[in-house]
Design a protein. Sequence first.
Length: 121
Amino acid sequence: MYTEKYHRIPKAVHHQCMWIVRDIDRLYRLDAIYRHGNRDDELVFYEDENCRCIRYEVMREASGKLDCIKEALKKVPEEYRIDLLDGIVDGSNPSVYAHENTWKKWRRVFICELADKLKLI
């Protein structure tokens, strides 16, 4: 439920959460690699878009961040989730079926929950 805990978080924490969400496409790619796992008989090198080898710890951390995003989204009603993420990732305006204050409220709830799940607050 919407409580006092969703009113204010430090600005720097808010920005960290926003950029983590904006990085969701890369997090999904790294999570897929992480979940694929390695077998003993295969030698696999993974590269990101910058042509650098990706360490296992980076993939594990990306998977953890993605799990935190999914958990934080559970606090937002289902009908707002996709548009809320699109609004953060693409900077697009949410569709008109809800008032602007409703979007602000659920974005604040999501960001506060994400900060909590990421142990930033």
